[in-house]
Design a protein around this ligand. Structure first.
Ligand SMILES: *Cc1c(COP(=O)(O)O)cnc(C)c1O
Length: 412
C-alpha cells in the first residue's frame, strides 16, 4: 500500500490494515468492556504482554487499535496510542515520561490549556523554560544538563508563529533530548514530522483529523527516530525486547491505563470516518484561508493579519519549507475603533465559537476568551492584542466568506 498516494492509502486503510469481519469496509464498533478467555493461561499471557489481545477496554480495544493502526500508517511511525481528547494525550504523555527534577523546554506560544497544564508540571517539581521557538538559538540557550525534552506546536495559535522545526529537531538529536511536536494544526498530509526529526507527535484528533465538530479525541505517535535506550525515565518493566516500543509502552500503561483518558469506540469510529476526507477538507481550508488572508491584508479596517501564507509573515519561509499549505487558522487585529464583540455580532455566516479545524468558519475574540486567565503582560508577550480575532477557516464557498466580511465591515 505504501506506493499509493495519501488519500488512496487513507480511504482503504481501515479495510487493509484492520481486516474487518465479513468484508466490511469499516472496523465494527465494539462496546464490550471485558474480554473472555476460555483458557485462563491465555488471559495471563495477554496480561503479561506475552500474547496480543485485550483484557479491559480502558487499556485497549479493537476500535482503538484500528484507529491507532491507521494513524501509525499515515505518520509512518512505529505505533500510536489514542485518547479521549487531545489534552488527555498531552497530559498522559508528559506525566508518564517526565519526573520530578527533570527540565523541559517548551514553546512560549502554546495552546492555552497546554500552557495552563505546564503550571501543573511546575507544581510537580518539573522545571520549565519557556522560549521563543521561532529561532533555534533560543532553544539552544535554554538547554541544561537535566533537559529531558523540548515541546512545541508546529503553528501556534492564535498568532500563527511557526517553529524552527528542523533546526530544533537536529539540536534535540545532538543533545539526546526527546522532541515532542504537537501537530494538531498541521495533520500528517500537510506535514511530515519525521522530516524534522520529531521523536513523538501529539495531536488533538478533535480538530482537522475528525473535522466536523462532532467528536473529541487525541493521539500520540512515536516516529521511531528516538533512541529510548538513552532515556533513563523508562521503567525497567517497560524495557521490552523491541526498543522502539519503550516510550509508547510506558505511555500506554502509566498514561492511558492508569490515568484513564480512554477514547470510546463510537468516538474512534467517528474519527476514522472524518479522517477519510482529510485531504479534501484541508486543501479547501488552506485555499480559503489564503484567499481570505489576502483580502483582509489590504483592508483599511484591519491593522494586521497573522497567517503563515502571507509573504510578510515573519516565518513564511519556514512554513513554505515544512508544510503543504499554510493551515486554516488566521488571526487579525481590527482597527482600534472597531469593538471585536460588535464586529463578531455583525458577521452572519461565520459562527462565533471557539474550536478550530471545523468544516464551518469560526471566529472568536481572543483576549477576552482563551486568554482571559492571562495578565495583560502575558498577553503582550504572546503577541495577543486586545482587538484580535481568531478565525478557523472552513470549507464554505470563498465568495460567501468574503461577502460576509464585506457586509460586516460596512457597518463600522
Ligand atoms: C485543541 C488543541 C489541543 C487540545 O485538544 P482537545 O481535543 O480539545 O483536548 C491541543 N493542542 C492544540 C494545538 C489544540 O489546538
Amino acid at each position: 500500500m505504501n506506493n499509493k498516494g495519501f488519500t488512496s492509502r487513507l480511504v482503504h486503510a481501515d479495510r487493509k490494515l484492520n481486516a474487518p469481519e465479513n468484508g466490511a469496509v469499516h472496523q465494527a464498533t465494539n462496546n464490550s468492556v471485558l474480554f473472555e478467555y476460555k483458557d485462563a493461561q491465555e488471559l495471563v499471557d495477554v496480561f503479561q504482554g506475552k500474547k496480543a489481545g485485550h483484557v479491559y477496554s480502558r487499556s485497549s480495544s479493537g476500535s482503538n487499535a484500528a484507529l491507532q493502526n491507521i494513524l501509525t500508517h499515515l505518520e509512518d511511525g512505529v505505533g500510536a496510542v489514542t485518547f479521549a481528547t487531545g489534552m488527555a494525550a498531552i497530559t498522559a504523555t508528559m506525566l508518564s515520561l517526565l519526573k520530578s527534577g527533570d527540565h523541559l523546554i517548551v514553546s512560549h506560544f502554546l495552546f492555552g490549556n497546554t500552557r495552563s497544564f505546564c503550571e501543573t508540571l511546575q507544581s510537580l517539581n518539573i522545571e520549565l523554560s519557556f522560549v521563543d521557538v521561532t529561532d533555534v538559538r533560543h532553544v539552544k540557550a535554554a538547554f541544561k544538563s537535566n533537559t529531558k525534552a523540548v515541546y512545541l506546536e508546529t503553528i501556534a495559535n492564535p498568532v500563527t508563529q511557526v517553529a524552527d522545526l528542523r533546526a530544533i529537531g537536529q539540536l534535540c538529536e545532538t543533545k539526546n533530548a526527546l522532541f515532542i511536536v504537537d501537530n494538531t494544526m498541521t495533520p500528517p498530509n500537510m506535514f511530515d514530522a519525521k522530516s524534522v526529526l520529531a521523536s513523538i507527535t501529539v495531536s488533538s484528533l478533535t480538530k482537522y483529523i475528525a473535522g466536523h465538530g462532532n467528536v473529541l479525541g487525541g493521539a500520540v505517535t512515536d516516529t521511531g527516530l528516538f533512541d529510548w535506550t538513552g532515556f533513563d525515565n523508562i521503567l525497567p518493566m517497560y524495557r521490552g525486547p523491541d526498543k522502539s516500543q519503550w516510550g509508547l509502552t510506558q505511555i500506554r500503561k502509566r498514561g492511558l491505563r492508569d490515568m484513564g483518558g480512554t477514547l470510546s469506540s463510537e468516538a474512534a469510529h467517528g474519527i476514522s470516518i472524518g479522517l477519510e476526507t482529510l485531504v479534501l477538507r484541508t486543501h479547501k481550508i488552506c485555499e480559503n484561508a489564503t484567499r481570505l488572508a489576502s483580502y483582509l491584508h489590504t483592508h483599511d479596517k484591519v491593522l494586521a493579519v497573522y497567517y503563515p501564507g502571507l509573504a510578510d509573515h515573519p516565518q513564511h519561509f519556514l512554513a513554505r519549507e515544512h508544510f503543504k499549505g499554510y493551515g486554516g487558522v488566521l488571526s487579525l487585529d481590527l482597527a482600534d475603533n472597531i469593538d471585536p464583540i460588535l464586529f463578531l455580532n455583525a458577521l452572519n455566516l461565520v459562527i462565533c465559537a471557539t474550536h478550530l479545524g471545523d468544516t464551518r468558519t469560526l471566529a472568536l475574540p481572543v483576549a477576552s476568551t482563551i486568554y482571559f486567565e492571562n495578565s495583560a503582560q502575558q498577553r503582550q508577550e504572546m503577541g495577543v492584542n486586545d482587538n484580535m480575532i481568531r478565525m478557523s477557516i472552513g470549507i464554505e464557498d470563498i465568495d460567501d466568506l468574503v461577502a460576509d466580511f464585506e457586509q460586516a465591515f460596512a457597518k463600522f
